[in-house]
Design a binder for this molecule. Structure first.
Ligand SMILES: C=C(O[C@@H]1C=C(C(=O)O)C=C[C@H]1O)C(=O)O
Length: 362
């Protein structure tokens, strides 16, 4: 067979597969519509999003992946299929730290897919308020970065908020130096969110030691400013680059190549059923006595439950008293976790389960 004949025959096969894919995806979408009818008939409200189910679907895809595509790649495709199916049931509105082009925007799309309705907010506080008021079903907020540590403002908002955590998103953060100018040499001013400036500190010291560093409320705002001024640059990611018509004069300027930010999905649902691989986040406080924190955490050790994170923040009620944010492996309904939490509750002055939710799959 000639090359042309071979290609024609393979393309005919691809066309046939695409028709079959189309039929199957449409059949899947019809199933999702039926699921919505069942949920509506059962009167389970108008929130059809099931984070534990979505996590299970994505995990199954990764586990059953026959290749040659990467499991991660295949899961991303299924992420979009589910996003479109859910939008057929009822479109989901998600609040996030805007404007469009922020890393939080990228985290929203990674977690919910492209069919989500975006609601960019001007501050983290507004994201919480919008979800509390019911204007959006969910919100996405940054919680910690592998280079710069915790986002204190988000933790503090949790202390006052009645919202729950219903998911997490891990996003590899690649920072670029974006400018409308020709190269790095012409840059006299660098705009960015303070976290981004910190994550690129060494690169800036080495390459732009004399440029002014100006922190703004988001990287997207930085990109917007840089697009209007000559001699200015912004540190931001791919989404902002495309959105504000800037050019990356230098890509990947983050000091740590595995720079990752963890975001939390917040909502009004107090309990998400176990997905099989879950985490539980808890807010606790204890009195300022010798050994108090040790006693508080002992029930975790006794029940063989591992804690993946602990953060402390000033309680803001009494000076030098603290609240602790704990992340625990497992779901609050798992027997060992349930027992550990019961012990913790007895020791703690303040005790609130912030949420039990699927561990990030993508
Ligand atoms: C179809 C459902 O509703 C939504 C859509 C899903 C999907 O497309 O697989 C999964 C969970 C829900 O977010 C369901 O609950 O099973």
């Amino acid at each position: 067979m000639s090359e042309q004949e071979q290609l024609r025959s393979i393309r005919e096969r691809i066309d046939a597969i695409d028709r079959e894919l189309m039929r199957l995806i449409s059949e899947r979408a019809s199933c999702a519509q039926t699921v919505a009818q069942v949920k509506r008939a059962a009167g389970s409200g108008d929130d059809y999003y099931r984070p534990e189910r979505e996590a299970q679907v994505l995990r199954q895809v990764k586990e059953a992946n026959p290749g040659p595509l990467e499991g991660e790649t295949l899961a991303r495709l299924f992420r979009e299929i589910m996003s479109a199916c859910l939008a057929l049931e009822a479109p989901l509105r998600v609040a996030f730290l805007g404007p469009e082009g922020t890393y939080t925007h990228a985290a929203v799309l990674k977690h919910f897919g492209q069919d989500v309705r975006l609601a960019p907010m001007a501050s983290l506080g507004e994201v919480f308020r919008e979800v509390e008021a019911g204007g959006c079903s969910y919100g996405v907020v940054p919680i910690e970065n592998s280079t710069e540590g915790v986002v204190n403002h988000t933790l503090d908002l949790f202390v006052q908020s009645p919202l729950f955590v219903c998911g997490e998103v891990l996003l590899r953060i690649h920072h670029h130096l974006l400018s409308s100018g020709p190269d790095v040499a012409h840059v006299q001013r660098v705009y960015a969110h303070q976290q981004a400036l910190a994550q690129c500190r060494r690169w800036l010291d080495a390459n732009l030691p004399h440029a002014d560093r100006i922190s703004l409320s988001s990287n997207a705002e930085a990109a917007q400013r840089a697009s209007q001024e000559t001699g200015s640059a912004a540190i931001a990611g791919d989404t902002a680059e495309a959105l504000y018509g800037l050019r990356a004069v230098k890509r990947n300027i983050e000091d740590h190549p595995d720079n990752t930010t963890r975001f939390l999905v917040i909502g009004r649902q107090a309990t998400i059923p176990p997905s099989g691989v879950d985490k539980t986040s808890v807010l606790v406080s204890t009195s300022n006595r010798p050994g108090a924190l040790h006693r508080l955490l002992t029930p975790l050790a006794h029940n063989g439950v591992s804690m993946s994170r602990i953060e402390s923040r000033p309680s803001r009620c009494v000076n030098w008293e603290y609240v602790y944010f704990l992340d625990i492996e497992g779901h609050s309904e798992d027997p060992d976790v349930r027992q550990a939490l019961a012990g913790l509750r007895q020791e703690a002055q303040l005790f609130r389960i912030l949420g039990a939710y699927p561990r990030a799959v993508l």
